[in-house]
Design a protein around this ligand. Structure first.
Ligand code: PEP
Ligand code: MN
Length: 341
């Protein structure tokens, strides 16, 4: 249920509504908006009677939320969510570029990447310190040392850091060191991890599972949001289909579909989706044209020497050109025209 407050209602009115919700053993989520404040109610097993809420002072109306993702859906919030990351904002009008290697390998590798990305106009540096690899024999990441390397790169360039947490122990460290906590495709339905990610304060970049539907993805976002963290960024990174010409199939149609039902920002990862660097620029441009709020690109200073995902990583040349192209495309598509309704 969504309890919509009247314009000009007081703090006391809002506090009274929150108490009324808690008295029923339910959870109130206050949603401030430009137009009006609302309170989303979660925890109820069946439908709630709006009458007792509508009788409270300052309440305009109480309406049911019909979709299962109460906080991630646009019934509760109609304005697009903007997530502050470093000095920038992801979601809203701009186009946000997250880039960097698959894995943190060394100080030199990350520093070289960070400087090249800064010059190319990227907004954030990515790199895995903890790596969820398909094979137990593949490089598993540098762990805490990798986080320290990323922090040094942030200090040197000012670029905020996006890095992945693979379990509850790494989440704690990542939440402390990073600007954005990434939850990977393989962990998209690790509900305990999602709840923990919801209890810390850094924004969460949630990658779509390789077999996850739009509803699965939004319900995973809901796990994070229901714990109090509203800063969730959704990421399409390709799904499994019968196609064999590509590592995964990039499902760009999920962008307008998400816009129809959610206020959360959506970015696209063409690197993991295609698996081949030659295909990354065209799919990144397609993502910008389809109205994505940004991209996540794998970039390595010498891809042929990368310890993971070298084949899909862009080299240092042409990154600046691609970033400029993406911004140019994003600026001519009016993505907010078809955005949150
Ligand atoms: C990654 O971003 O490095 C990664 C492992 O991606 P995914 O979870 O989408 O496979
Ligand atoms: Mn990778």
């Amino acid at each position: 249920m969504l309890i919509v407050m009247k314009k000009g209602s007081s703090r006391e009115d809002l506090a009274r509504v929150e108490r009324a919700v808690e008295d029923l053993g339910l959870r109130p989520h206050v949603l401030p908006g430009a137009e009006r404040t609302a309170v989303a109610v979660t925890g109820n097993a069946g439908p709630l009677d709006p009458a007792p809420f509508e009788a409270l002072p300052g309440v305009a109306q109480a309406v049911p939320i019909t979709r299962p993702y109460k906080l991630a859906g646009n019934e509760a919030r109609s304005e697009p969510t903007r997530v502050r990351i470093g000095a920038g904002t992801l979601g809203g009008e701009g186009f946000f570029v997250v880039a960097g290697p698959c894995a943190v390998e060394s100080d030199d590798q990350i520093l070289a990447t960070a400087h090249l990305l800064k010059a190319a106009g990227a907004d954030a540096l990515r790199g895995g310190a903890y790596k969820p690899r398909s094979s137990p024999y593949s490089f598993q990441g540098l762990g805490a040392e990798g986080l320290a390397i990323l922090a040094r790169a942030r200090e040197a360039t000012g670029l905020p850091i996006v890095t992945e947490a693979v379990d509850e122990a790494s989440l704690e460290r990542v939440a402390e060191a990073a600007d954005v906590v990434q939850v990977g495709a393989r962990n998209m339905q690790n509900y305990e991890l999602l709840k923990r990610a919801g209890r810390q304060r850094k924004p969460v970049l949630l990658k779509r599972g390789m077999s996850a539907t739009l509803e699965d993805l939004l319900l995973s976002a809901e796990y994070v949001m229901s714990e109090g963290n509203r800063d969730v960024i959704l990421c399409e990174r390709g799904i499994r289909t019968f196609s064999q010409h590509s590592r995964y199939t990039l499902d760009l149609s999920v962008i307008p579909a998400l816009r129809d039902v959610s206020h959360l920002p959506v970015i696209v990862d063409p690197s993991h989706a295609t698996g081949l660097r030659g295909r990354v620029p065209s799919m990144a441009r397609a993502a910008a044209a389809a109205g994505a709020d940004g991209v996540l690109l794998e970039v390595h200073p010498s891809p042929e020497r990368a310890l993971s995902d070298g084949r899909q990583s862009l080299g240092p040349d042409r990154v600046g050109e691609l970033v400029a192209e993406l911004r140019a495309i994003a600026s001519v598509v009016s993505r907010r025209a078809e955005a949150v309704r």
